[in-house]
Design a protein around this ligand. Sequence first.
Ligand code: ZN
Length: 214
Amino acid sequence: MQPKKHLSFSNLRKTISERALHIEDPRREGSVAHSIHDCCLSGFAMMFFQDPSILAFQRRLQDDGHKNNLQTIFGVGSIPKATQLRDVIDMIPSSSFDPIFSDFFSFLQRANQLKKFQFFKKQYLISIDGTQYFTSENLSCSGCLEKTSRKTGKTTYSHQFLGASIVHPDQRQVISLAQEPIQNTDGSTKQDYERNAGKRLIQKIRKTHPKLRD
Ligand SMILES: [Zn+2]
């Protein structure tokens, strides 16, 4: 394959598709309406179209043309409804998606796109930032971070993650390298926090990219 072809849309989509096919499905076979693969690829399509919400994405699918796109361009067999999509994706541990980061990274490497990100003595700048993608005072799960306000006594539950990207001051794009949830594990009495997740994230990057160290 030509190096640049690794970075073509169809190859990137195929890579996500292959990884999604290998994600273990804990559901009983008879009760599965939409495969993990179809839900992951629908989620990817939603991000690709930059829809602001799952509902907006679903609304767009009411148009037959878009439904066709999802089937032909993204390879989604059966299209899940909003709640089904959310339930299935929620069920997948985020670590299942880690290999996709390394796949894309090696495509960039092969297409010779990494050099321009070298910052100093062939080293890379990695920026780590946290973001919150779920917060509620009513809904929670065992993985939620909990924060109780001293003033009101109210507890807020949230989900957050840390993302690491290779950045360069002269490049508009960044290369997403890895992610790590800031999340409590089952049975843990201690709250996870950003610094802990940061340590796990750095270990993850070192393990996946041993040669990027120096
Ligand atoms: Zn939760």
